[in-house]
Design a protein. Sequence first.
Length: 204
Amino acid sequence: MRTIPSRPWAVVSAFAAVAWAFFLLPPQQAVWSGAGAPAWLAALDHSPVYEGLRAWLVSAGASDFYLVFGAAASVSFALIWFATGPAFARFGWSGRVLGWIILAGAPITVLSYTNHPVDAPLHRLWGAEGVALLLIGVWALVVAVLAPRDGSVPVWERLLLVVTLPVIVGSTVLLTYWPHGSLVGLGLVAVAFAAWGRRTDERG
């Protein structure tokens, strides 16, 4: 029975996942799109916090900003997995598989960005986090279909699982970049489950 984290910490973790993905978005979009970045993201990217952060990274010998701000998104995958564990475990094996897929998104993201150079040994993994996000959305639909229909699963939970993929796609389009924008949407789904979803350690 998955009882960790407690509900308050689950909510904090889910919100942290959203905030971290959004924080990383402006500098990541800037290095990816350059002058083609959306104006509002470019404006955020020019704020002192990012200028200072980039200066610190250069001084630390980490000048590949695409790698740094990209791989760092893996933290949001891990936080979402941590936050949703007790809620997803209630769905049985399919819910646990959903959690494993979300957690797998963390190392996949690191491997993807680490191997973004054309001459990297595992360059074919570049962009694999996008496949992981799609798999999360598709498997959430499977969980919704397989969930018990005896009244133990609230209707809103089933519906939220059904719309997880559209939420991921919609947040990607709205925020113009994946996985960071996608993780904002997925993180908000996690917030709902963390705050109000039934848990394995609760009755009724």
